[in-house]
Design a binder for this molecule. Sequence first.
Ligand code: ZN
Length: 298
Amino acid sequence: MGKLIRCITSEGAVMATAVDTTDIVATAEQYHNTSAVVTAALGRLLTATSMMGNMLKSADNSITLKITGDGQIGTLVAAGDYDGNVRGYVTNPIVEIPLNDKGKLDVGGAVGAGTLYVIKDLGMKEPYVGQIPLTSGEIAEDITSYYAISEQIPTICALGVLVNPDLTVNVAGGFIIQLLPGYTDADIDKLEASVKGLESVTKMLSDGKTPEEILRIALKNFEVEVLYEQKIEYKCKCSRERTEKALMSIGIEDLEEMAADTKDTDVSCHFCNKEYKFTPNDIKKIISKKLKKIENKC
Ligand code: ZN
């Protein structure tokens, strides 16, 4: 189980969220068998998505973060709900590139240049879609620039994933600190001074610090009040029903081809690799449902 905490400073100038996503990123690594740099990239995106999902206004809202870059990773997708639970996948789970000039996993190099999409389903007819060019592909910086450009909210974002030599996940987590409307220049100065010289999230987590302790250190110049704390997890929402719906959206001709085949059709979930088996007979049923739906529309 991961852990999420939300805090506010007592003067109400700053809102902050921090997470320990070690278990979530470990689950992602197990599902997708990612190489170290991909574990770091997907893990950072899952970590950000968890916190951003938890910032949504209503329980039926959801969020998807998608990064498309020209690096070897291809596309990274993470989806989250209002509770901060997440799931994700990546086009190329195995990418092997040298460490960057700081001796760290080269997430920016593996992602490349491209675009960050933030898609929020707020229960309206159309989802909200924000998109920005990637700043560095290191993901935390890209999240900061998304908030600056698309939402005009001054934000400090830190994300970290530490991968063990055997490719398991040592620690993962992060925080998002934002200035609330009505902030003053003095608040900015105070916040900048507060986070100056802050250790990396992975260092703090490795030292055994909790998300609450991390926020108290990052906001040391403020009086911090905890609003709530909750458990978060890697949670896939796939089901046979949802898979059937996805099959309904395929063209009739393709479905007929599947129904004529003697073999079953296996559909596997992108997020958790669970396989759903459909016999030719099942496909025939889907075709007749689809035809009925089309008739009803006419
Ligand atoms: Zn699934």
